[in-house]
Write a protein that binds this ligand. Structure first.
Ligand SMILES: *[C@@H]1O[C@H](CO)[C@@H](O)[C@H](O)[C@H]1NC(C)=O
Length: 176
């Protein structure tokens, strides 16, 4: 390799290094690593790793103690630990503890399979529910407990397209 080639390689590597490392944002430790991290980070006080609303990034602090939020809520830094609603894409059906957690516990399900549409977008406490789009002639392969509100985390919400026989019209998933 010529000196010029080596130079180009070096510059490229440095560029990748800086771009990559400057793009780094803190991720909170996984719950399995939480204990180790908290002991290396906080001698006194409770280790907290929470979303800072000002910088939109996760930050570690040594707080006064465990923070407990009621269902549908979590803790964020503002810059002090403050209760806040779950993000719309997540939900928290039981009380939130800041020990081992940095966001609402569950991700909401999607209604993305063919023929499936959202029946409700859920709440900060409840998951999204789905239903087969009967207006497009879709129906359940296996009927769920409540056909108006299938729970993708608990039930099989798969849909198939049904063919209507001549002279019959489809109303709300039933043929007449
Ligand atoms: C769910 O949210 C999406 C996006 O905000 C919206 O288009 C849709 O109408 C909502 N569905 C229901 C059932 O509320």
């Amino acid at each position: 390799m010529t000196r010029r080639q080596v130079g180009i390689l070096l510059v490229t590597h440095l560029l990748i290094y800086f771009l990559h490392c400057n793009a780094f944002t803190l991720k909170c430790p996984d719950s399995s690593q939480w204990y180790l991290r908290s002991h290396s980070k906080c001698i006194d006080g409770e280790y907290l790793c929470l979303f800072d609303t000002k910088d939109s990034t996760y930050k570690e602090i040594c707080g006064k103690g465990e923070e407990i939020a009621r269902e549908g809520r979590k803790y964020v830094l503002k810059p002090n630990p403050t209760e806040a609603d779950c993000f719309p894409r997540r939900y928290q059906p039981f009380t939130f503890s800041s020990v081992g957690n940095n966001q609402c516990v569950f991700s909401k399900s999607f209604c993305q399979a063919k023929g499936l549409i959202a029946a409700s977008n859920g709440t900060t406490i409840k998951d999204r529910t789905c239903r087969c789009d009967y207006r497009q002639n879709y129906d359940y392969l296996i009927p769920p407990k409540d056909p108006c509100s299938c729970k993708p985390a608990e039930e099989d919400c798969s849909c198939y397209i049904r063919k209507c026989e001549d002279g019959k019209i489809m109303i709300a998933g039933k043929t007449y």
